[in-house]
Design a protein around this ligand. Sequence first.
Ligand code: GLN
Length: 438
Amino acid sequence: MKSPIPDYLKQVLEHVRPQDGGTPADYIETLAKADTSRLAVALAMVDGQIYSAGDDTVEFSIQSISKAFVYAMAIEDAGLEAVLAKIGVEPSGDAFNKLSLERGSNRPMNPMINAGAITAHLSNLSVDEEVYEAELRDADRNMGIGYMLKAAGIITCVPREAVTGYIRQCSINVNVKDLAMMLATLCNAGIHPVTGESIIPQTSVRQVFSVMTTCGMYDAAGAWVSRIGIPAKSGVAGAIIGALPGQVGIATFSPRLDERGNSVRGVKICERLSSDMGLHMMDVSQIAVATVRTSMATIINSGPDAHTDNCNRSVVIFSMRGVVRFGGSERLTRAIVRELDAPNPEDPGSGRAHDACAVVLSFHEVFSLSPVAKRVSHEDIFRLVKEGRLVVAIDPGDVLQIDRGAAGEKFKVVETEEQARYEIGGTGCQAVAQSNDW
Ligand SMILES: NC(=O)CC[C@H](N)C(=O)O
């Protein structure tokens, strides 16, 4: 079978092609001459698979999109605190090249406008010399921003150096596939999908996505977030990048810009992808569904090594499933409380197994436990053990990551149900299940 995704992307391009409003950036000579018929889109999945359509090998200068990556590099280089001391994180509501600083702190408002990007600049990658020279010939405004930053004490180097460095960084050549893959790296928690190399720490990725969300589309950021709802960044050569963290990096290219400097067709492509593919990050698409199954069993052991204590060997089994985050761990906790707490006379169904001597927590079908879900589950285990119960965790994938000795003798971690049965009843025991689960 041929994948429908490239066909879909072609359709999206044909859908936006009739949009011929806007003009290429005219203040940089080379960009003003751009071929406005160029149109491309690429998606890169977090496992490195790329889909693209249109002029997907045509190169263009990265321009302001570089700001997102240079911001990540600045955090890497100097640490978040030092970067925050120099560059704010508030949307400016102004054009990207406005000569303005935050009142009070004197910092550039955010790293996605020129003042913030000139401050963050530290890159020296290879560049398109023609675009670089063209922008440098007409760089009075950016030089003005550089001198303003120097006067305000935000930068200490020669302003011309910071500005030329920034302009070089904007002149790096890329195509939509390169950009989509750069984004997929961010979406993959900073790990390059193909090489597996850790490029950017996860905390920096979160910071970059945050400012892309609130400041990435300049003075159109609010409308962008409500209409399209993905962290994004645009550049005056006509590219836009967008990210769906954990899933996919998106890049589009078309040189005609609207009055804010965002690609007209690019915005339309992103709009279409967002609505067709349900990408808006504020869509309530996944309501936490039941992730805990509860069942009871009685363990009977007539074998030679039957336990000698006089527990009736009633067991309650809680089986978790899927990607468990706070909501899932809360459900587990609620199920445990409901089954094992002393019965409430007003609610005869509650506390059905409060005298159960053993509790099995099965994480066998759990794909991942978030840090908070881990903490809640560990605490559940400690509390159950403290009540005098034997707790057996079935955790073949070690998703719990619990110190096995932390809860004492009454806590065991095993890999299979058979081993759990053995821990509770000894060899030769049988489980008489009251549900299908055991
Ligand atoms: N929005 C942009 O892409 C602006 C980048 C451009 N090099 C400038 O500083 O004007």
